[in-house]
Design a protein around this ligand. Sequence first.
Ligand code: CP3
Length: 361
Amino acid sequence: MKSTTIAPAHPLADGRTSAAPLVQALRGERPSRTPIWFMRQAGRSLPEYRKVRAGTGMLESCLRPELASEITLQPVRRHGVDAAVFFSDIVVPLKLAGVGVDIKSGVGPVMDQPYRTADDVARLVSRGLDDAALEPIREAVALTVAELGSTPLVGFGGAPFTLAAYLVEGRPSRDHLAARTLMHADPATWDALVAWTADLTGAFLRAQVEAGASAVQLFDSWAGSLSLADYTSRVAASSTRALAHIADTGVPGIHFGTGTGHLLPAMRSVLVSAGIADHAVGIDYRTPLDEAADLLPGVPLQGNIDPALLAAPWDVLEAHVRDVVSRGLKAPGHVVNLGHGVPPETDPTVLTRVVELVHSL
Ligand code: CP3
């Protein structure tokens, strides 16, 4: 880290996580052990998760600091992964800003209404996120970091486009048509919407970093539905704005989306424009890492085990994991992860075995 505004007692500043394999790889170094963690490692694939979550709604669980902290720690204890990812959700800051949102099991985020017209958006953006509302987040992060020792915590937030895709549609959608219509039909309303979601995510990221997260990941899960022209002209500036909220802290950042083979250099530019000095681009399972390394010369990469192969026979999965690690050697730093989240039906013992394999290579 070149310069930082984080507190002296932060795990990156006091030395607890500054030499962790994850942090080294995000700096473009090759640590003695290749780091690995899994998107959606804290969740339904774990019986201990289903047990502690029983009877408590998803968003309510995110806002109970002891519970959120326990769920964050579960996969670290079980799998020996090189990072924890904070148990929360990309829509939590919307909830904290007073937006009517719920997460329906098996469906995803559902809004009280679609926010599509200039009036809808004007009402929405008049809501602020009170800093005090972020207290349960800071508390959960602080509890978690106190237990993690030298294992870094990855904080995260949803990118403005992905959040707007849920807000405009009102619920999960396949092609995000309504959001893509709005950005062209009423660009001023669109720009106001994504500037507002950028600042919510920015405040959410900052709360996690200040409370002890050693890296952050911006999830633009649905950016792959955009053309490069729409991404650069209507979306990239808001993602830059979200990440700029934490640039002064010097904490490393990861930028991830799915179906983004055509957007990778533009997504990398967002990290640079935001001033995130140490960074990696997350690669989904569709783009082999050596091809991604050609598109992003000199840039650390994260990815990209195909989640579908977690359910394949071990010899098939093992060959795939070895291939991912060997293609990843083309990048200056490599954080092994999945090409998207852990499917809920995954056998957790397979995840532990993948961690052991990667650590043995
Ligand atoms: O382990 C982790 O990765 C940390 C926690 C985490 C969750 N959501 C918990 C969660 C993270 C990083 C997210 C991010 C998130 N949330 C994204 C970006 C990542 C991605 O998958 O693309 C998105 C698009 C969301 C929105 C969302 N929340 C969806 C699509 C769903 C799944 C709905 C379903 O039931 O299929 C959720 C719910 C959710 N978020 C769960 C978890 C553990 C499942 C809740 C449950 O147990 O029912």
